[in-house]
Design a protein around this ligand. Sequence first.
Ligand code: RP5
Length: 159
Amino acid sequence: MDVAVVMGSISDYPKIQGTLDVLDELNISYDKQVISAHRMPSELQAFGSSAKHEHYRVIIAAAGGAAHLPGMLAANTTLPVIGIPIKTSTLNGMDSLLSIVQMPAGVPVATVAIGDAGAKNAALLAAQILALNDDEIANNLDDFREKQTKGAIESNEQL
Ligand code: RP5
């Protein structure tokens, strides 16, 4: 699999559907699993440490609230980790965003926006990383951008 999609809770699953849809659209292979940083700390460490040997090339990690999952995965691997801050009901995802984005120097997490745009952009950013060494994904990305541009231009017809 090219991409590991990891979420902190099954409650995050519906909120990252956009990630999976974009990965499907670009024909990128992935698998998905729940690994809670706080409820499954040993599993988190084992997954992070073995991710490269499992031949993943990018990790997308979604978490909400005290969102330590992306950062702790990044601490256990040198694969690129993209963090999705889940929109929470209590603090609207600001808690998730700040937990994910404020990594200390030395352990980066590429953090996308809160909400649907972030979920989709996480997949697109993963695709752009993979496209550096994969012509099929590069072509699929070009098609995606072309379609997107065409859609934006054609939206003028609705005015
Ligand atoms: C985080 O806590 C998860 O990523 C989720 O967004 C949040 C709440 O989890 P649940 O209590 O719904 O399982 O670890």
